[in-house]
Design a binder for this molecule. Structure first.
Ligand code: SF4
Length: 214
């Protein structure tokens, strides 16, 4: 029997890799963000608008929506910017945060990788990622291990979104301290939760090629 198709965005992928349980809460509880968070989001949007204009001035195409359907999934999202360099598509993802000391946060990387995956499936060509944090850029080639991680995540996200299955959390003191669902999360029983493998993966993704400093 054909699997019902469910739509996912790269932002959802990012949230899942940040914390699978937070992804569940955002889907089903969707609390109104705090004032502090809304201010941070507004500043982030402003930063993105600036980066978009800079990208256009530098000859890149900005804010392009891309989409693919495969298996039981529809992946749709809007890339911050991209350009074609020597048969290769370079995906640019802008972050208003500083990022980790080296490499990139796994969640940011997987978000950008989802765009690269869509491009590769659509064009049957090569794609590369440039993740731009506030003060530095990290470059990544797309490797098969990361694509496997993405497909594994989609398989879990399908269960969460279609059947409402609660996943295990991926807690750290830093993340949980600012999580709006902390009280609910801490009071939940873990019996029957979808086992999380995300917490076994390093939260920092190291680049395969050298990043450039601004
Ligand atoms: S409290 Fe921590 S573990 Fe629970 S959903 Fe929030 S970030 Fe995840």
């Amino acid at each position: 029997m054909r699997k019902e198709r469910i739509a996912f965005t790269p932002t959802e992928i990012k949230t899942f890799f940040y914390c699978p349980r937070l992804y569940f809460f955002e889907l089903y509880l969707r609390k109104k963000p705090s004032v502090k968070r809304r201010i941070r989001m507004a500043l982030g949007s402003f930063y993105h608008v600036l980066e978009r204009y800079i990208s256009i001035l530098e000859g890149r195409e900005a804010e392009k929506t891309v989409s693919i359907e495969f298996g039981g999934y529809i992946l749709t999202g809007r890339m911050d910017a991209f350009e074609v360099r020597e048969q290769e598509v370079v995906i640019h993802e802008y972050k208003s945060s500083k990022g980790p000391r080296e490499g990139a946060w796994l969640s940011d990387y997987m978000q950008a990788l989802t765009y690269a995956f869509i491009i590769i499936r659509k064009r049957r060509g090569k794609a590369r990622i440039e993740l731009h944090y506030r003060a530095r850029t990290v470059n990544f080639d797309v490797d098969s291990d990361s694509v496997e991680l993405l497909l594994r995540a989609l398989s879990d996200m399908y269960l969460i979104k279609k059947y409402g299955i609660l996943p295990d959390p991926n807690p750290t003191p830093r993340k949980c301290a600012k999580c709006p669902y902390r009280d609910i999360c801490e009071g939940m029983s873990v019996d029957g939760a979808l086992a999380s493998w995300v917490k076994e993966i390093s939260p920092v993704q190291k680049p395969q090629t050298t990043g450039s400093s601004l």
